[in-house]
Design a protein around this ligand. Structure first.
Ligand SMILES: Nc1ncnc2c1ncn2[C@@H]1O[C@H](COP(=O)(O)OP(=O)(O)O)[C@@H](O)[C@H]1O
Ligand SMILES: O=C(CO)[C@@H](O)[C@H](O)COP(=O)(O)O
Length: 461
């Protein structure tokens, strides 16, 4: 058996899978927590990785890393971080995003240049923020990496030039996704000085070797890796409920959406990954559970004991600012609270809010690609929730398919590693995960009330 390893270095944790390279069967796995917060010392990610690789990595012939997209890992001449990495969910660079869009000549021109209209998540906006707010740190930046590049570099043999892939590069704001090339001029214009960027390795190519001589795949963004792990096909919409909420699909042609609703990322196979992303997802439920003093199973039980519509309670869950819709300064809003409101209503409203925001994301994807939306597949940490599974088909208004609970980002990274090891033209033909079909009577009134509140509050922040 040829073993390969896939790593998911995501927002809340690192997960490592050891996988049979012939068919993708998971043989062993481990995980470790990442620090909380929207700015994190990137050395915490490699330290966490070092706690999960012993016993796994040495058994693998190849390895690749999927990682949270967009984070700015700014390094000095010695390769040390000039400051903590600013993550995708850090909104301090919202003003910089607006300025950079203007410098492009407007949203449409911005999307045409780099594939997406910039929001605060994109790396380039963080570089501009650094220039304007921490000029001393900005002056020391020699190289900028993405989180997965930094983690890959940690695994690479000394002397390996830093590398990335087109999927993760397409989330920087200084990579022209449709042309497949860096725009170092845009990185320099944002930061105020030229910086070194990692080499973009072709899909499926060998990027280097580990310290022990194993093949290193290029790695990619976590959402690109999930698409590879789920073997996503045109028409499939993958809904991931992790720290972020994501609706994504694969397409052979680039999407250029000047409205900014859908980002036109590249994928890890040579195609594209149109995506609509929310900043508030699984943590809506984490917060609700904490507020009600229950665990996730109890929260789900409470929610399922309340009627659809939570007796009129509606939540707009943009607690940490939001990106879909683009309201970086937003906070959460509850409406419909009455003397008769119960804990069960509050629990139900949290799930309905999460799923309504994801329904918006799915609709945006459906409107942006030529393919009809076919299967909706549900993955990510919160897809484990019984209430999410029960309510998703009702709120989305269509059947939903759920594969077995697994780490699909890490699985996709493992598939990329196996691809690099094989030297083949295409990724190995691992069987796609089986799925359970979930169905429920649609609850359009829930969505209508959410939409009304979303639109009524559009100018609040
Ligand atoms: N049974 C559950 N119900 C609701 N949320 C859950 C459940 N199990 C895990 N989660 C949540 O899933 C999130 C982690 O999901 P994950 O996809 O690993 O996130 P990320 O990739 O962003 O680090 C956490 O916020 C966690 O609380
Ligand atoms: O910003 C995006 C996508 O554009 C996020 O999806 C990040 O890639 C973080 O992913 P998770 O840690 O939530 O999986």
């Amino acid at each position: 058996m040829t073993l390969v390893m896939g790593i998911d270095s995501s927002t809340q944790s690192v997960k490592a899978l050891l996988v049979d390279g012939d068919d993708g069967t998971v043989v062993d796995q481990a995980s470790a927590k990442h620090p909380d917060g929207t700015e994190v010392d990137p050395r915490a990610w490699t330290a966490a990785l070092d706690t999960v690789t012993p016993g796994l990595l040495e058994r693998a012939e190849a390895v690749a890393v999927g990682g949270q997209q967009h984070g700015m890992v700014a390094l000095d001449a010695d390769g040390e971080p000039v400051r903590d990495a600013l993550l995708w969910n850090d909104t301090r660079s919202a003003g910089a995003a607006r300025d950079l869009i203007e410098e492009h000549g407007g949203p449409q021109a911005c999307a045409e240049a780099v594939g997406s209209v910039l929001v605060a998540s994109f790396t380039v906006t963080k570089l501009r923020w650094l220039r304007d707010h921490e000029p001393e740190a900005a002056a020391r930046v020699e190289r900028v990496l993405l989180p997965h590049d930094y983690v890959s570099a940690h695994l690479a043999a000394p002397g390996t030039a830093p590398f990335t892939d087109r999927g993760d590069a397409s989330g920087t704001g200084y990579y022209a996704a449709h042309e497949g090339r860096w725009r170092p001029d845009l990185a320099a214009a944002a930061l105020g000085r030229e910086v070194a960027l990692p080499e973009v390795v072709d899909p499926g190519a060998v990027a280097g070797r580990t310290v022990a001589g194993q093949v290193l795949g290029a790695g990619t963004g976590d959402n690109m890796a999930a698409a590879l792990g789920m073997d996503l096909r045109p028409g499939d919409v993958l809904v991931s409920i992790g720290t972020s909420g994501v609706a994504s699909t694969v397409s052979r042609s680039a999407v250029v959406d000047g409205t900014g609703a859908v980002t036109g990322f590249a994928d890890a196979t040579g195609g594209y990954l149109p995506m609509a992303t929310t900043m508030n997802a699984a943590r809506i439920l984490d917060l609700q559970a904490a507020l009600l003093g229950v665990d996730h199973d109890e929260l789900a039980e409470l929610a399922l004991s309340a009627p659809a519509g939570a007796n009129g309670v509606t939540l707009l869950p943009y607690y940490g600012g939001e990106r879909t819709p683009n309201r970086p300064d937003a906070t959460g809003t509850w409406t419909g609270l009455r003397p008769s409101t119960t804990r069960a209503d509050l629990a139900r409203a949290a799930y309905e809010a999460l799923l309504c925001s994801l329904a918006d994301a799915v609709d945006l994807i459906g409107g942006a690609v030529p393919e009809q939306v076919g299967r909706i597949l549900l993955v990510g940490g919160a897809a484990r929730s019984a209430a999410v599974r029960a309510l998703a088909p009702a709120v989305l208004g269509r059947p939903v398919e759920v594969p077995p609970s697994a780490e699909y980002v890490a699985l996709g990274a493992a598939r990329q590693a196996a691809w690099a090891l094989s030297g083949a033209e295409t990724p190995p033909a691992w069987p796609a995960p089986p799925t359970d079909l979930l169905e429920a009577d649609p609850t359009p009134d829930v969505r209508a009330r959410y939409t009304e509140l979303r639109d009524r509050t559009s100018d609040w922040n």
